[in-house]
Design a protein around this ligand. Sequence first.
Ligand SMILES: [Zn+2]
Length: 295
Amino acid sequence: MKNTRGQPLTYNSIQHLLNNRRYIGEYTYRDIVVPDGIPAIVPQDLFERVQDRLAKNKKAPARYKAEEDYLLTTKLFCGYCGAYLCGESGTSHTGNTHRYYKCVSVKKKRQECHKKSVRKEWIEDFVVGETMKMVMDDKAIEAIVSMLMDLQDRENVNLPLYEQQLREADIAIQNLLNAIQQGILTKSTKGRLEELEATKEELETRIACEKLAKPKVSAEFMTFWLHRFRKLDVRQKAHRKMLIDTFINAIFLYDDKMVITFNYKEGTDTITFDDLKTSPAAEKSGSDLDCLTAV
Ligand SMILES: [Zn+2]
């Protein structure tokens, strides 16, 4: 990449680009700061997110990438003490790297907690497998779609209000027209009728605008969108991440079971590890878990 003078772009100029508050419209002259002094070309929230990321990277440059690798970070909690499980890795005497999720209380010896660490691959395969089971289940997908439709209707508070007002205006107009038919026509009925017609017209415009502003997503489209998840390749990290980020709300992990809360499904699923003839304690045998990824 070259700059406008044809010189190679340096790390410093990128740093300057990312830090420059002029992009959010802040104009500084000596020690006077004028917010919105010049036109902003970067939205404030984006700028702030960039500052957060820069601050984090400064603290621990390699940390971000490591966290990325642990797909369940922020979703996985200890069933016994409620703390997060965080990613940890260690090298065995044979030189192999082992990666785990470990209860923060155990790690920091903060409080009495004896939760065993679980192997990263094992728990991630398990969660991805359970999520995929739900995605493959037509009834679950139907339930998600109907919930989303409800949510969508609830989100738009103006539209039902305007529609109600429109119905009321229509009734009032009809009543007046009936009165006119019966020969009751005074100056005030005529004025009132015109008023109502104007209100009706305005409401119709508002309703049209609301509908334009918030186009309703159809149930068919939502189903289609959700069905696309069925085609994901659960062996690919990006696909696994997408599944977890989209569907998993929280997982409470015990030594013998876990409780999964999905994002779009009412209630929770409790899965006991006995069902799978394997347990977190059987950390060293990885091959029996392959069946999970093949869902
Ligand atoms: Zn714990």
